[in-house]
Design a protein around this ligand. Structure first.
Ligand code: MLT
Length: 262
């Protein structure tokens, strides 16, 4: 579906019935990363899966998109559709955005799912790598950064034995606009550290990670689980960074159980 509100055009899926669940995609991806959740969780929730600004077929991004900018977009979209409060479910960059959203609009959030993400900010080296990648994407095209990212997204086993999934992820990454990719990289580089702040989270929280995530190792999820009172931590086997795509059954089972409790 397409909706233009306050000058921003959003592409999004809106399927299923029940508790609204906002699925916030990672980088450099779009809402298609959620296809197994859109298929598998429709009976459990109303699933909203937008393309963030600059990604998929949503509107173009400015030069930099701060995590707060994406969060403001999502809040605008939810308000236009009159669906709040929601459960936020963000994977990786989607998790950074979910935290930014919760910090600004706690009244609009009834539950939080943080998948393969972290609360901390980038260190100096990571920040410099982001700026270098932003320049590379703009100068040479997005494909120039995709091949280096793929091995960190999926397990060796997936890359060896599941070519259809690998191609699905590769083509989703490669078709993103360089302007949107660069804007997100600069926004992630500038995101604040929320390690102290997450101690104040008081909505039901599910934290998902995977045993083979090397991009954001499980230790980052353990830090969040210790900090957020009453949160539940689930570590999925047979998955690297894109846990919802590599092990969708286990991911969906954890989310389904969580929705039942919120
Ligand atoms: C993501 O998967 O959203 C990104 O890899 C997150 C990041 O680069 O920090």
């Amino acid at each position: 579906m397409k909706l233009t509100t306050r000058g921003i055009t959003f592409e999004y899926e809106d399927v299923g019935n029940g508790t609204p669940l906002l699925l916030i995609h990672g980088f450099p991806l779009d809402h298609h990363m959620w296809r197994s959740q859109i298929e598998g969780l429709q009976a459990a929730a109303r699933l909203m899966a937008p393309d963030l600004r600059g990604f998929g077929t949503s509107g173009d991004a400015p030069e930099v998109m701060a995590m707060d900018d994406y969060a403001a977009d999502l809040h605008t979209l939810l308000q236009s559709l009159n669906i709040e409060p929601v459960i936020l479910c963000g994977l990786s960059m989607g998790g950074y955005i979910a935290l930014a959203f919760l910090a600004k609009h706690p009244e609009a959030v009834r539950g939080l799912i943080l998948a393969n993400t972290r609360a901390g900010a980038d260190g100096e080296t990571a920040r410099e790598a982001r700026y270098a990648n932003a320049k590379k994407a703009l100068d040479e095209g997005v494909s120039s950064i995709v091949e280096a990212m793929l091995p960190k997204m999926l397990t060796d086993a997936t890359r060896e034995h599941r070519p259809t999934l690998v191609e699905y992820v590769r083509s989703m990454m490669s078709r993103q606009r360089a302007s949107g990719v660069a804007a997100a990289l600069k926004g992630m580089a500038a995101r604040p550290d929320r390690v102290g702040w997450i101690k104040s989270i008081n909505v039901p929280t599910l934290i998902i990670t995977s045993s083979q995530d090397t991009l954001i190792p499980p230790g980052e999820s353990e830090i969040m689980a210790r900090a957020i009172a009453g949160s539940r931590l689930v570590i999925l086997p047979e998955a690297a960074h894109l846990s919802n795509m590599e092990n969708p059954d286990a991911f969906n089972a954890a989310v389904r159980e969580f929705i039942g409790k919120v």
